[in-house]
Design a protein around this ligand. Structure first.
Ligand code: NDP
Length: 444
């Protein structure tokens, strides 16, 4: 395989899909060496089959808003690869959603799911519908209309969606309710469900907690304690909130949060009490992070990004490409020791190069945020068994999985000077399992 040739070919076929090309390029560059040690992969054109999704459903969603106006949105489900298990990946509701973003997410998800050690393939879906500013009734009608089309293509052993940006417990519940009614079955086709109807304990916390468990493993390799470390967290949604919760439990000090309008910097640290306020503000009142600064009298920077502040650890937890080269240079210069990605592909390729050049502890989302989907896998297992595990059991399994993922990254990513290239480690480990399974199953 020659990476540039493959990428150029994909660019010609999918010219308007920059995020997809970015994700594919990053993975191919890091697996090139290993891939080329296996001529049997090249003989069956494995690379192209692995980069191009199995199928994409695209459909119109029509719904009625509170004023009685008929609205339409576009929606998609990308079923990327199901060689090692049913398609699995979240649903995103955000005005920016398009095929390129969903293809990049589904591609990444395939390797991430492989890394979790659980039998799950990769997929992703979503719509350009934005829940922001919509009433509960509007969100419900949209979710129902979305499922009216999608339900035929998903199922407990075919494709199991979950949440992502703009899709939390409320949206999953509305979608699952409609799915259950149409499919006339109750087998847990969604994960991230409410605890009363098949959800797993610790699933809401899992992505943020998992990211910190992974960070602890990275810090351990350098003998560094997390206690007292000042942490820059971006976003203020599900991942950011539970990242902060775990940091606080471990004696670290989160000092920032953000949303798409701006960020807050609280030099005294975000305490448990302040975090409870953020959860109420964001999950129930659906307000803006600016209100935190007004309540606690701290700095708010409209339109700014948290990376302008100084911290020991950076935890990007909002969205793709939210941390660029300049941000990365500033972080390195100001003494930041670790970056662990809660979001998917939040650092641009140039930013990643800066972190790696500086030999920083840097974990890509594929490894660091895999705790979310791993716990979704545990939810699927509990649904299949018709049993529920305790909080301690799930949390213990999550810790074990994050430790395993870290071990795989070390195994495949350690360089000759003892630096751990977590990007290479995660990509090679995730890739090898899917590639071997595809090879074994023949040309299909
Ligand atoms: P939420 O919708 O709960 O929160 C997203 C947060 O990011 C919000 O604060 C939002 O602000 C902000 N944000 C979204 N888009 C932008 C943007 N374009 N610019 C600036 N800020 C933005 O989503 P999650 O917390 O679930 O997801 C966050 C990230 O983590 C995503 O990359 C997601 O793919 C990834 N992830 C999530 C998992 C999960 O289990 N939920 C699992 C693995 C990865 P605003 O409210 O203004 O839109």
């Amino acid at each position: 395989m020659k990476v540039q040739e493959v990428v150029n070919n994909l660019k010609c076929r999918f010219p308007n899909e920059p995020e997809y090309i970015q994700a594919v390029t990053e993975v191919l560059e890091s697996i090139e060496e290993v891939y080329n040690l296996h001529p049997e992969f090249e003989r069956v054109n494995l690379v192209e089959r692995l980069c191009i999704p199995d199928r994409i459903f695209s459909f119109r969603v029509t719904w009625v808003d509170d004023k009685g106006r008929v609205q339409t949105n576009m929606a998609y489900r990308v079923q990327h690869n199901n060689t090692i298990g049913p398609y699995k990946g979240g649903i995103r509701f955000h005005s920016s959603v398009n095929p390129s973003i969903l293809k990049f997410l589904a591609f990444e998800q395939t390797f991430k799911n492989s890394l979790t050690t659980l039998p799950m393939g990769g997929g992703k879906g979503g719509s350009d519908f934005s829940p922001r500013g919509k009433s509960n009734a509007e969100v419900m009608r949209f979710c129902q209309a979305f499922i009216l089309e999608l339900w035929r293509h998903i199922g407990p052993d075919t494709d199991v969606p979950a949440g992502d940006i703009g899709v939390g417990g409320r949206e999953v519940a509305y979608m699952y309710g409609m799915y259950r009614k149409l499919a006339r079955e109750n087998t847990g086709t969604f994960t991230g469900k409410g605890i009363e109807f098949g959800g797993s304990l610790v699933r809401p916390e899992a992505t943020g907690y998992g990211n910190i468990y992974f960070l602890l493993e990275m810090l351990k390799t350098k003998g560094i304690s997390i206690e007292g470390k000042r942490c820059l967290v971006s976003g203020s949604g599900n991942v950011a909130q539970y990242t902060c919760e775990k940091l606080i439990q471990l004696g670290a000090i989160p000092v920032t949060l953000s949303d798409s309008d701006g960020y807050i910097y609280d030099p005294d640290g975000i305490t448990k009490e302040k975090l409870d306020y953020v959860m109420e503000l964001k999950n129930i009142e659906r307000g803006r992070i600016r209100e935190y600064a007004e309540k606690y009298n701290c700095k708010y920077v409209a339109g700014g990004r948290v990376w302008s502040e100084t911290g020991d650890i950076a935890l990007p937890s909002a969205t793709q490409n939210e941390l660029n080269e300049d941000d990365a240079i500033r972080l390195v210069k100001s003494g930041c020791i670790a970056v662990s990605e809660g979001a998917n592909m939040p650092s641009t390729p140039e930013a990643v190069a800066v972190f790696q050049e500086a030999k920083m502890l840097y974990a890509p989302g594929k490894a660091a945020n895999a705790g979310g989907v791993a716990t979704s896998g545990l939810e699927m297992t509990q649904n299949s068994m018709r049993l529920s595990w305790t909080r301690e059991e799930v949390d213990e399994k999550l810790k074990r999985i994050m430790k395993d993922i870290h071990e795989q990254c070390v195994k495949y990513g350690k360089t000759s000077d003892d630096y751990i290239d977590y990007v290479k480690g995660a990509n090679v480990a995730g890739f090898m399992k899917v590639a071997k399974a595809m090879l074994a199953q023949g040309i299909i």
